[in-house]
Design a protein. Structure first.
Length: 210
DNA sequence: CACCAGGTTGACC
DNA sequence: GGTCAACATGGT
């Protein structure tokens, strides 16, 4: 079944029906979500899992301990995620922020202010900020990633990050669970069915022959 | 061996 | 105000 009218809610329903709920974000704590969001930048999640596991084993998945961790050790533990020198120092900086500003307090801020705070941290851009907001703070911000951008382009819609986010947020009910599931479904769907630029068994929009 | 992965930043038009 | 290389490892 194809959707030809950019009905984003209908697309969500189709994906959910086809793939089932994804229950993202896989993490035990909010801080683990923050760390994972940083590490997964331009990186496969399987590599992030390994790093998260090693960090956990060294007791570093807490703001204080991570902020005070040895930089070289940290680099070693996250090397499998790539960009490991950048990510290590940025992670320490983010950890310091949450060591000085408890997560419960920060996450209680109005969502726009929370977003600004996150964006002010080096290494946190739009997508990482929204991932933290949606999956760690549990507030409604739709996450736009490369897959989402690609899918919308296939459907004939282009725009920058904020434009695409507004598109989703104005088309959908403001529901944290829905946003969480939808973003996860887009990622899983894309990984399974879409190569770069082209889709093999596309459920969502007309193919070239259509 | 080439290409990509749940991006972000700073430099340079 | 937009474009682009740099950042780096691991899997197909």
């Amino acid at each position: 079944m194809n959707v030809r009218n950019n009905n984003l809610l209908k697309v969500y329903q189709i994906l959910l029906e086809e793939l089932g709920p994804q229950y993202w974000w896989p993490a035990e704590t909010a801080f683990e979500v923050v760390v994972g969001a940083m590490l997964t930048q331009q990186t496969k999640w399987s590599n992030v899992e390994k790093a998260i596991c090693d960090l956990k084993g060294h007791g570093l998945l807490h703001p204080r301990t991570l902020a005070e961790a040895d930089l070289l050790l940290l680099e070693e533990l996250i090397r499998c995620c790539g960009f490991y020198r950048q990510k290590a120092s940025r992670l320490k900086n983010i950890a310091s922020f949450f060591a000085e500003n408890p997560m419960d307090d920060v996450f209680s801020l109005p969502v726009d202010l929370l977003r600004e705070k996150m964006l002010s941290l080096k290494g946190v851009g739009n997508e990482t900020a929204d991932s933290i907001i949606l999956y760690a703070a549990h507030k409604p911000r739709f996450v736009i990633d490369a897959y989402t951008t690609r899918i919308l382009k296939c459907m004939g819609t282009e725009g920058d990050y904020m434009q695409l986010q507004h598109l989703f947020e104005s088309a959908l009910p403001e529901d944290v669970g829905l946003y969480q599931e939808y973003h996860a479904l887009i990622v899983e769907y894309s990984k399974t069915f879409c190569g770069r630029g082209r889709c093999s068994e596309c459920l969502l929009w007309p193919g070239p022959d259509d």
